[in-house]
Ligand binder design. Structure first.
Ligand SMILES: Cc1cc2nc3c(=O)[nH]c(=O)nc-3n(C[C@H](O)[C@H](O)[C@H](O)COP(=O)(O)OP(=O)(O)OC[C@H]3O[C@@H](n4cnc5c(N)ncnc54)[C@H](O)[C@@H]3O)c2cc1C
Ligand SMILES: *[C@@H]1O[C@H](CO)[C@@H](O)[C@H](O)[C@H]1NC(C)=O
Ligand SMILES: *[C@@H]1O[C@H](CO)[C@@H](O)[C@H](O)[C@H]1NC(C)=O
Length: 535
């Protein structure tokens, strides 16, 4: 009999979990508290309790070719970075194509997930849900927790003495929807993550003045990278990932700094991170530097105190007449439906094996998905997580002993702190390509570059030097997809398609820059030759 799996939440993580359950012949049931799919990506004008809330102008910070699921490339004509409504459209066609909606019970909230009395032998869970005021209970062989982690606002009000005196308006970034109503105001945005930078840039168009207060600063990157390629296609290649792993730390740090300062000098814009060598997640924002250059945004240090109308900063400066404070101070998370001993949450830290499995359960029948913040797109990451989890549930893969898992968790934590720092917002940070490969290895889907090099050198070169996208994990092994090879070789076309909106004469076969390089090379040879002759 097929094993029954409960999937909690129908956001991206829930949808891909459903598909992977179906692929593995498991029998999933998904519970979604709202009336529709999409989770975070379904924009609404009002803020809903218990669901992530985004502003109208959210655009993905990971590109379409790096964000799609591995056997379902995004439509050719979709832009490379997607407005939230477009991304939701992708999830809708995805759900339709794989016929996932029939597994979802909408407007059904999961209240509790408890071990069955015979858990140590069966690994079963009792799931209590509520729908239309009616409670129901059912038993499942496994549970996939896909309830998201951008729901509970984190506002460290204690760090802002005087906030109770402040006469203006203040709220968490989760409440922010659009710039209407903020025209002509003096606005202080606290924090320097992606949301902070987006909101500050958007508001600064019509506000009187916007300030961004940051304790630590941040690197800022453009979505547009070398030759106009999306940043993540250039950054996340196996080759570069390998370099980042093998180069001595000092060389790597120096290179990263050079690279990151190429667009603009972060120190001169008051943005340079305090500890500039931590690979803390950079902000992706194309507007912030120009807004700072116009003076529309001023970067300030940490706030030490607030008064009725003004903010006092660490360096002693004061900005008066502040009308609005936006706390873009991130999120914290919890799993109200799980009974405590399933896993610990300490200081926003979860002890999960490979960010997924509670290590202390007698049976590996519960997994958390999407509880991670990779430096790249979360969608292919969650997909590999779901492929692995479903194979663990099915008994095709097994987890190591509790002790091995605990050791791995501790080792990983140390490494994370070394690379990304100890800050609250970095708890879920992890290295992208390494983590994808690690998951793929578990399910035998990691591409074997060496053997590929002999069979199909062109493809092997693409895999190694080209972007590390999700199709790579469908080339071989379980879940192989015959379209994967073609998807890898044709991605250039899907990147360019939405841009080819006006015909432009094809470039000459020998572009001048190429000729220059050849000439330059000749010049060097000639110079070298004469040099030898003169002495
Ligand atoms: C502003 C913003 C921009 C982002 N941009 C990107 C990006 O460009 N690229 C990227 O890779 N990542 C991005 N992220 C990261 C983001 O976490 C993921 O994109 C992804 O949407 C997370 O999906 P999820 O399914 O895990 O969670 P969610 O989308 O939050 O979905 C969780 C679902 O679970 C339901 N639920 C919760 N509790 C219960 C319960 N008890 N019972 C039943 N249902 C429940 C909720 O209603 C919801 O539908 C962004 C995040 C934010 C905040
Ligand atoms: C500003 O940039 C210039 C040129 O890149 C650099 O020489 C200078 O040191 C920078 N100023 C500060 C304060 O870092
Ligand atoms: C994209 O933005 C979201 C929201 O701030 C963030 O959680 C995520 O880590 C960002 N992704 C990258 C690759 O920077």
């Amino acid at each position: 009999m097929a094993k029954k799996v409960a999937v909690i939440g129908a956001g991206v993580s829930g949808l891909i979990s459903l598909k992977c359950c179906v692929d593995e012949g498991l029998e999933p049931t998904c519970f979604e508290r709202t009336e529709d799919i999409g989770g975070l990506w379904r924009f609404k004008d009002n803020v809903e309790d218990g669901r992530a809330s985004i502003y109208k102008s959210v655009i993905t910070n990971t590109s379409k070719e790096m964000s799609c699921f591995s056997d379902f490339p995004m439509p050719e004509d979709f832009p490379n970075f997607l407005p939230n409504s477009k991304l939701l459209e992708y999830f809708r066609i995805f759900a339709k194509k794989f016929d996932l909606l029939k597994y979802i019970q909408f407007q059904t909230i999961v209240l509790t997930v408890k071990k069955c009395p015979d858990f140590s032998s069966s690994g079963r869970w009792e799931v209590v849900t509520q729908s239309n005021g009616k409670e129901q209970s059912a038993v499942f062989d496994a549970v996939m927790v896909c309830s998201g982690h951008h729901i509970l606002p984190h506002i460290p009000l204690k760090s802002f003495p005087g906030i109770e005196r402040f006469k203006g308006q203040y709220f968490h970034s989760r409440q922010y929807k659009h710039p209407v109503g903020f025209e002509g105001k003096r606005i202080l945005v606290i924090g320097i993550g992606n949301s902070a930078a987006d909101i500050a840039s958007e508001l600064s168009k019509n506000a009187a003045q916007v300030f961004i207060s940051t304790r630590s600063g941040s690197w800022v990157m453009s979505r547009i990278s070398e030759d106009g390629y999306p940043w993540d296609m250039v950054f996340h290649t196996r080759f570069k990932s390998m370099l980042r792993n093998i180069l001595p730390r000092t060389v790597l740090k120096w290179m990263m700094e050079q690279q990151l300062n190429r667009w603009f000098n972060h120190a001169n814009y008051s943005l340079e991170p305090k500890n500039k060598y931590l690979m803390k997640e950079p902000i992706l924002n194309d507007d912030l530097p120009s807004r700072i250059l116009y003076g529309a945004i001023k970067v300030k240090p940490r706030v030490t105190e607030l008064t009725e109308t003004s903010a006092i900063f660490e360096d002693g400066t004061v900005e008066g007449d502040i009308d609005v404070i936006v706390f873009a101070t991130g999120y914290t998370f919890s799993f109200p439906f799980l009974e405590e001993p399933v896993f610990q949450l300490e200081q926003n830290m979860v002890s999960l094996y490979k960010y997924m499995f509670p290590p202390r359960l007698e049976k590996s029948t519960l997994a958390c998905l999407g509880l991670i913040q990779p430096l790249g797109s979360i969608f292919p990451t969650v997909e590999l997580q779901a492929r692995w989890a479903t194979r663990v549930f099915k008994g095709l893969c097994s987890l190591p002993s509790e002790q091995t898992m605990m050791e791995d968790i501790i080792k990983r934590k140390e490494k994370r702190i070394e690379l990304f720092g100890e800050s609250h917002s970095q708890v879920l940070q992890t290295n992208y390509v390494d983590y994808l490969d690690e998951l793929a290895l578990e399910i035998g889907a990691k591409p074997d570059l060496i053997s590929l090099l002999f069979r199909e050198p062109k493809l092997a070169v693409k895999l190694f030097f080209g972007p590390c996208n999700s199709y790579q994990y469908r080339l071989a092994g379980s879940g192989q997809w015959e379209g994967a090879r073609h998807a890898i070789l044709s991605q250039e076309q899907r990147i360019l398609k939405p841009l080819k909106t006006r015909s432009v004469k094809a470039a000459p076969t020998f572009p001048p820059s190429f000729l220059l390089k050849i000439l330059g090379l000749l010049a060097v040879f000639v110079a070298f030759f004469f040099h030898l002759h003169w002495f």
